[in-house]
Design a protein around this ligand. Sequence first.
Ligand SMILES: *[C@@H]1O[C@H](CO)[C@@H](O)[C@H](O)[C@H]1NC(C)=O
Ligand SMILES: *[C@@H]1O[C@H](CO)[C@@H](O)[C@H](O)[C@H]1NC(C)=O
Ligand SMILES: *[C@@H]1O[C@H](CO)[C@@H](O)[C@H](O)[C@H]1NC(C)=O
Ligand SMILES: *[C@@H]1O[C@H](CO)[C@@H](O)[C@H](O)[C@H]1NC(C)=O
Length: 339
Amino acid sequence: MTLNLRLNKKHLFLIIVLSCIFACLQKMPCFQFMGSGKKTNITILLWYWPFHIPYSLEDDICLKHYSISGCHLVDNRRHYLTADIVVFHQHELKIGSQTLPLHLPRPVHQRWLWLSLEAPQNNGNLNQYAGIFNLTMSYHPGADITVPYGKIKEKDGETDDFVTPKNKTHLVCWVISNYKTYHKRTRVYQELSKFIPVQMYGRAVRKPVNQGALLPTISRCYFYLAFENTESPYYITEKLWRNAFMAGTVPVVLGPPRSHYEAVAPPNSFIHVNDFDSIGTLARFLKELAGDAKNYKSYFSWHENYTVKLYADWRERLCNICQVYDKLPYHKIHQTLGA
Ligand SMILES: *[C@@H]1O[C@H](CO)[C@@H](O)[C@H](O)[C@H]1NC(C)=O
Ligand SMILES: *[C@@H]1O[C@H](CO)[C@@H](O)[C@H](O)[C@H]1NC(C)=O
Ligand SMILES: *[C@@H]1O[C@H](CO)[C@@H](O)[C@H](O)[C@H]1NC(C)=O
Ligand SMILES: *[C@@H]1O[C@H](CO)[C@@H](O)[C@H](O)[C@H]1NC(C)=O
């Protein structure tokens, strides 16, 4: 008798617990696709193009270009009611050329995504967007979707061998279009050029270099100043990934702390401004390193095992949302943006 009663209580308890779990799962969209696997038809609506530069989205672009299936990337606002995610790029909101469609009713399951690849200091006032967005996308590892400017990949054997450019004609080069005396990078440049010659290029010095000529130009320099416009955690841009690594020069970096570079860059591939107690010491180091062929070459040995993957196309970044779709938070509302 007592045994039976205990069993019954146990059963009852189990039944209650199981029904609760079941009821919860039913309500959570992340489990709605259980059984059928991942959600297979995701619509991502780009409300307007970043910097107002449109690209073609024809022919199932995510599948054709990036081998991502079931990812419907659109830029036509008539898809609003069926869009799973609507993407808003911060720059246009900041300059006021675009506004959020706050007057439109939001479909229940739709999430709004805030996108910016700028450092927080350059995003403008974000307080006005508290409580509006469900997802964030930026280079910052704390974003819901992290989109770095580049990354390293292990070589798969098929990739071409990298040849270090040999014909170096300049010690240090800097390509600069946005020259501001208040930027820390400008003060470092000015100080550095007291000790060693720094070859300048770019609009700021009326020596513009077009995209096609950029890497060949930089490849002629022993060192390239990969100086970010803003020092901000994790903010490492194409200045490192493309301009330096792909050109075959050694980057001298100024940006987040060394540990943030070490976390993403190849080993022994860069020189950090903060490694030196003075700019004079840095200058002496660069001069000596350029004259020490063996040591200089060691900064390129990572090419043996790694290659650089650049992320430069908005479409690739947006298609990649589908790849992480099932892992994205659901009922999230961001009160602060920009990590
Ligand atoms: C995917 O969803 C969109 C919008 O809901 C719809 O127009 C389209 O027909 C769907 N495609 C497939 C293959 O299910
Ligand atoms: C090296 O660069 C100079 C220009 O500074 C050019 O005249 C020369 O042809 C180059 N040499 C090689 C081997 O590419
Ligand atoms: C590249 O990988 C091979 C095999 O793991 C290793 O022996 C070699 O030391 C690596 N090269 C560099 C420069 O780390
Ligand atoms: C998205 O955020 C809004 C608040 O701005 C909220 O009302 C809505 O429930 C959220 N939607 C989802 C699917 O998380």
